[in-house]
Design a protein around this ligand. Structure first.
Ligand SMILES: Nc1nc2c(ncn2[C@@H]2O[C@H](COP(=O)(O)OP(=O)(O)O)[C@@H](O)[C@H]2O)c(=O)[nH]1
Ligand SMILES: [Mg+2]
Length: 318
């Protein structure tokens, strides 16, 4: 199948074409051609991010949310990002077993990706995968990512609603959560409420909201037992309420504008950096320049600016 053909099939809702185009983008093959050809055909997709420590139940929740969305006749895309997986396309075994019952459903598209060592924990291709799923016609796109350090924070750049999943008694008590993590949850989900300590974590969360500076939004707390579907309809409704609220007060557009800006800036950073690395300065010269800093002959800012100047001179003489 040639590229144009694949793109036409994607626009017509063909999941095989979507899978092939995602692989192509992960392999850095004709990325710009694909993205620019499909971008204008994005549908109105709502993006839900789910994050939290490993094992808190994110995949179980994803599975149950898929069921809820399917009951509402919504088309669903899922991107599961596994920072430990060096390869793409292969879900971790547990996820695969849990989610495979949706495999025959043509209105559900599930994809796992490795994060390929990207610092933030989210795969660099995430934005483009979201674009593909949107063109495919997904009403909702769920992004599941393991909360290791930066990736919790980074998911905000991609999602319209972020669920932060916590569990009782797992050590990630609210007090020990890293600074900045609590702010990213639009909805706090306390999973594994069949275990002791869910009230404690709930009251901790409520207390934290009272003392926090950011009282502009009262963030919902939903208690669930995901495998038993207890609290799942309530969680689903809370997501829909958050969506509606953001649509009504224009927050959604503000968030989406910020996301596009972010994407432009990160593309710029990546391409400027790789241009400079490929055309302006060698690794060895960088090492020599570092020596200059050590010898008090230069400083990092002067070096950076002189490299940019050199790259401009290069392109003028080209
Ligand atoms: N007791 C209990 N176990 C749960 C609950 N939700 C998920 N689990 C289990 O916790 C484990 C990790 O779940 P998983 O969804 O893979 O977590 P993830 O790593 O966050 O995606 C699995 O064995 C689940 O069956 C719950 O509400 N209660
Ligand atoms: Mg998982």
């Amino acid at each position: 199948m040639d590229l144009n053909n694949k793109i036409e099939q994607l626009k017509a809702g063909n999941v095989r074409a979507a899978a092939q185009l995602i692989t192509q983008i992960e392999n850095q093959n004709q990325v710009q051609e694909v993205v620019s050809a499909i971008y204008p055909f994005k549908k109105e997709s709502y993006i839900v991010g789910i994050t939290g420590a490993p094992g808190v139940g994110k995949s179980t929740i994803t599975d149950k949310l898929i069921e809820q969305l399917r009951n509402d006749n919504k088309k669903v895309g899922v991107v599961a990002i596994d920072p430990t997986s060096p390869f793409s396309g292969g879900a971790i075994l547990g996820d695969r077993i849990r989610l495979q019952k949706h495999a025959t459903d043509k209105e559900v598209f599930i994809r796992s990706m490795g994060s390929r060592g990207h610092l933030g924990g989210l795969a660099p291709a995430t934005n483009n995968v979201i674009t593909i799923l949107s063109v495919l016609g997904c009403d909702y796109i769920i992004i599941e990512t393991v909360g290791v350090g930066q990736s919790e924070v980074e998911i905000v750049k991609y999602a319209d609603t972020v669920l932060l999943v916590l569990t009782p008694g797992s050590g990630d008590s609210v007090q020990v959560m890293k600074a900045g993590i609590m702010e990213i949850g639009d909805i706090f989900v306390i999973n594994k409420c069949d275990r002791q300590g869910s009230e404690k974590i709930e009251s901790e969360l409520k207390m934290l909201q009272q003392i926090s500076d950011n009282q502009a939004v009262e963030r919902p707390v939903v208690k669930i037992i995901a495998p038993k579907k207890i609290g799942i309809p309530e969680l689903y409704q809370t997501i829909l309420d958050h969506q509606k609220l953001q649509q009504e007060n224009n927050v959604l557009n503000i968030r989406r504008r910020a996301r596009i800006k972010n994407e432009i800036i990160s593309n710029l950073q990546q391409s400027i950096l790789s241009h400079i690395k490929e055309n302006v300065v060698s690794d060895q010269e960088i090492e020599d320049l570092i020596d200059d800093v050590f010898d008090n002959k230069s400083d990092p800012l002067t070096i950076s600016l002189s490299l940019i100047e050199r790259s401009q001179n290069n392109s003028e003489t080209e």
